[in-house]
Structures are given as C-alpha cells and as structure tokens.
Design a protein around this ligand. Structure first.
Ligand code: ATP
Length: 376
C-alpha cells in the first residue's frame, strides 16, 4: 500500500539499513526504516491520511515515526548527504537522493536499499558491492576517508564482524589501523556507546582483542590488554558489571596514572564516586589472618558491588570471601526488636546492628534466637 501511495505521488521509497542486510542474511530484524527521495515528513502525513495510524515528526532530522493502525512502528526519513567539516566531527546534513544517502553509511553490507514502490517492488540497490561482501563475509567501508570522518566506525566494524563472523576487508583493516589514533578526538559518550553495543552483543572480550589488533587501546590509553586484564574483564562481565565505563576502568586499573586516564570516561556522578571508592579502598590496610568482623569494621561503609569489583581488579581473595559472605547475610533483628527491648531510637540502633553483623560474620551468632538472647 505504501508503495502504491508513493507511486501516485511520483516519489521513490526504499527499505534501508539493517533490515535489508538482515533480510538478505535471513536474520530477524524488526527495525523498519524507510527512506524517501523527497520530503519524508510530508510523505508520512500522506500515509497517515490514507492508511490511518499516528505520526510523530522530528523536524530537525527531517524524519517521522509512523505508528500503523496495527501498532507497528516505522521510521520514515528523508534521503540525505552528510559533510564532515573536520575529522571526527559531527556532520553537516542536507537532503539528497538515494545513492548519496547510501554513500554516507558505514559499511557496504549496511548500504543496501530495497525499493518498495509498486512499480519497482523488490528492486535491490547495491551500489557498493554489499552482496559480494556478504558472500565473502567481509566488512568493507565505502571510501578511504570513512574512518577518518568517523572513527567510531572502527568499533562498529568490529561489532558487525563479530556478530556475523566476518572479517574486515584487507584495506578496511589497514585504514582502521591508520585511523585508530583519531579515536582520541571522539567524545567519551560516543566511544562508550559503541563499546556498550559490543557488551550487549556479548562479544566484548573478543572485541577488546580485535580493537587491540587495531591499536585502539594503545592510542587511547597507552596500554596493551594482557591475559590477566582480559581474565579480569571476563569476571567483571560474569558478575554483571555490564557497563562500558567499567570495561575501560578494568583495562586501565593498576596501570600508571589509571585514574587520570579513565577520568575522561567517567561521565556520571556515580562513576566518579566509584573511582573515589576504589582509590579509598586501596588505602585500607588488610592483613592475611584478619577476622571477618575486623574487615567489616573498615569496609562496612563501602557498597557490596564496589567491593566485589575491587576484589576482581586486585585479585584479593580474603576480601572476596568477606563480601560474598556479607552479601548472603540476612538481618536477624530489626529496629522493631530493639524497640521491644526498650532501647531508644538513635545512633545506638545502628551500633547494635553493626555489632550483630560482626558476630554473624564471625559465625558467633547464627540464628534469631541467639541474637535475641545476645540483645537481652
Ligand atoms: P543493528 O542491527 O545493530 O540495529 P543497524 O545496521 O540497524 O544494526 P544502527 O546503529 O541502528 O545499525 O544504524 C542504522 C543504519 O545507520 C546502519 O545500517 C548504517 O547504515 C547507518 N549508520 C549508523 N551509524 C553509522 C555511522 N557511525 N556511520 C555511518 N553510518 C551509520
């Protein structure tokens, strides 16, 4: 129906991006992106008038989201060209035709369009040998300056290569290697977003190694991931620290000046606090035969997941035992129990409960009855 409407207005409309690639690869993709040679927003209005549903427009991007009467969402965008005024800068945009729109894209496999006009339904536009690259299982950029214009494409290339089990085309790999130093100029937000996508695909360890082969870590942090740091990273992920910033932190932790290096990537207050807490823990002394309660006296103010992260980074098993035990501990008494004993609310409450936790950690009190007896 959309194709027929487009025909009657003399407008070309295409399916574009991931959905075309995944259709050819026989993979599921529910992100429907339509691109229009002409005014995307007014085309979206026409569709809504004729087929119903709702539209939401984003004027500054010349795009609209159409929610069909059956509640499917489609993005309708205007063909556009992008100019990069400087390496690694954000592009300037202007309206254009389908070929130009495909040319601004990252890789040949993502630069395919499928026409949906009724008159040309199903016509595949493949100006950049996308299908050939699919057959050869290769990720290929569309022109030599691609990584220079947008160095985050280096991380994207690795992500798609790992997802589809492809390799980077030879020249693409060389150009990525030559441009990786430019990642320094990319904002922390954009870099972390791409790293996050690698984590979401569960390919972060292999991703880190491949990024290393393109000298990304060398250029950004002057480091080469060691087997030990990759093993730590594996644990960090296994414990569900699924946050791109923590990946950066793990790779850098313990390196000379690690704090300064990761500072630029700590975007939130929480991330800054994490750095401070890790630093603070470094200064808390700990000897081999300490009891759990004595550790608790010095670590009770740190959050459990922060301690856990610290124990992974420092391979401290004593502290690991402590935090695992502390995590499993169930409170045996409540404030209500204290009130029943005639204890007046105040700082004494937390002192008593802290003391009880210490006994529990040392296995001196293990059930509620013992706790009540102790309280009396
Ligand atoms: P996914 O299956 O992960 O959603 P996708 O191909 O849909 O993959 P998106 O990140 O949603 O990826 O981007 C949509 C399209 O926009 C891509 O297919 C690609 O053509 C283009 N694109 C996205 N980011 C860039 C970029 N940094 N440079 C060039 N083109 C890009």
């Amino acid at each position: 129906e959309i194709g027929a409407i487009a025909d009657s207005h003399g407008i070309n409309v295409y399916l574009i991006g991931g959905i075309v690639r995944d259709f050819l690869l026989n993979r599921l993709n529910e992100d429907i992106d339509l691109v229009v040679e002409g005014d995307g927003i007014s085309f979206a209005h026409t569709i809504r008038e004729q087929l119903g549903g709702q539209i939401k427009t984003h004027e500054q991007f010349a795009t609209a989201t159409w929610t069909t009467p059956t509640n499917i969402k489609l993005d309708i965008v205007t063909c556009r060209t992008e100019y990069y005024d400087a390496p690694a800068a954000l592009p300037t945009v202007r309206a254009s035709n389908i070929r130009e729109d495909l040319r601004r894209r990252d890789f040949s496999i993502n630069a395919l369009a499928l026409q949906i006009n009724k008159s040309d339904f199903g016509k595949l536009l493949d100006f950049f040998q996308g299908q050939e690259d699919m057959d050869n299982k290769e990720i290929r950029i569309l022109h030599n300056l691609s990584f220079i214009e947008d160095p985050t494409r280096i991380v994207r290339a690795i992500r798609f290569a790992l997802r589809f089990d492809y390799t980077l085309a030879k020249q693409t790999e060389e150009l990525a290697l030559n441009a990786s130093y430019l990642l320094k100029q990319v904002s922390a937000t954009r870099f972390l977003r791409e790293i996050q996508l690698l984590i979401n695909e569960e390919t972060i360890i292999r991703g880190v190694k491949l990024l290393d082969s393109l000298h990304v870590w060398q250029s950004l942090f002057n480091l080469k991931p060691t087997i030990e740091s990759l093993m730590k990273l594996e644990q960090v992920i296994a414990y569900h620290f699924n946050d791109a910033f923590i990946v950066i932190l793990t790779l850098n932790y313990g390196q000379h000046n690690w704090k300064q290096k990761v500072k630029r990537y700590s975007l939130t207050t929480k991330q800054n606090q994490l750095i401070q807490q890790l630093e603070a823990m470094q200064t808390v002394p700990l000897s081999k035969n300490e009891t759990m309660s004595s550790i608790h006296n010095r670590y009770h103010m740190f959050k459990e997941d922060t301690i856990l992260l610290y124990t992974i980074l420092t391979e401290n098993t004593l502290l690991r035992n402590y935090v695992e035990k502390r995590e499993q501990l169930k409170p045996l008494l409540t404030g209500q129990d204290l009130l029943m004993q005639g204890i007046k609310p105040g700082p004494i409450f937390s002192d008593i409960l802290h003391q009880l936790t210490c006994f529990q950690l040392d296995n001196e009190i293990i059930n509620r009855n013992d706790a009540l007896t102790w309280l009396q």
